[in-house]
Design a protein around this ligand. Sequence first.
Ligand code: FAD
Length: 212
Amino acid sequence: MEFTVVGAGMAGAFLALVLGRQGHTVTVYERRPDPRVSAVHTTSMNLGLSERGLKALDRLGLREEITRHVVPMRGRLVHGHDGSVRFSTYGRGGILAIQRHDLGILLIEAATRLPNVRFVFGTRCVAVDKDLPVADFVDDAGHAFTVTPDVIVGADGAFLRGTQAHAAGRAGRLPPGVPGVGLAGTAHPRRRRRPAPHGRRRVSTSGRAARP
Ligand SMILES: Cc1cc2nc3c(=O)[nH]c(=O)nc-3n(C[C@H](O)[C@H](O)[C@H](O)COP(=O)(O)OP(=O)(O)OC[C@H]3O[C@@H](n4cnc5c(N)ncnc54)[C@H](O)[C@@H]3O)c2cc1C
């Protein structure tokens, strides 16, 4: 079968790998540039990898590769308003932290090793008709095109176009200005970042400096 996956985050890249290994033809469209070549790094917190996540990676033979990038996290410090500090454990085995960027690249590289999986970066999904199914895309150069695979999977994270398409009804075309929707050409005002309480700063477990 032919799959179109919208979003090359954790879920999209992982799914592409699974479907690709099953022999399906997969094209993943990602609005951001290719993280393997892009100099743009986010200041996102590291991801916590639980045993469940590790099991999934294990099944794809990626556990060994993953363990080269992880840092163990045994628990967290909870800062109370009264200034108290309490250690809260993540359990007996703890969990593992990995940089979102590293995990993303690892999954994309593993998926692109398959001849039937393709990633297209700098290309945004702007509309989905889940019933046909049809998806419309616009690339960074402004070129618009439509794909008609057998299945479209929305793996576009917090701003789920698939979910929005569902909410918007059959056509899946949302009016500009709907909160949380970033249709092509629709300005979405950035939320102002609140200062961290207690003067805390973001930390990076890789040892690389993180921006405040
Ligand atoms: C504010 C916040 C903080 C979090 N902090 C943590 C944390 O500290 N530790 C932790 O373990 N987990 C954290 N999570 C959870 C973690 O981020 C998610 O579980 C994980 O990123 C989900 O992966 P995903 O692939 O579903 O979505 P995402 O990682 O969001 O990937 C979605 C991808 O889709 C792309 N995309 C979106 N729209 C389109 C479009 N229209 N067309 C094409 N591409 C598109 C995006 O660019 C993105 O690359 C946090 C989540 C949020 C929202």
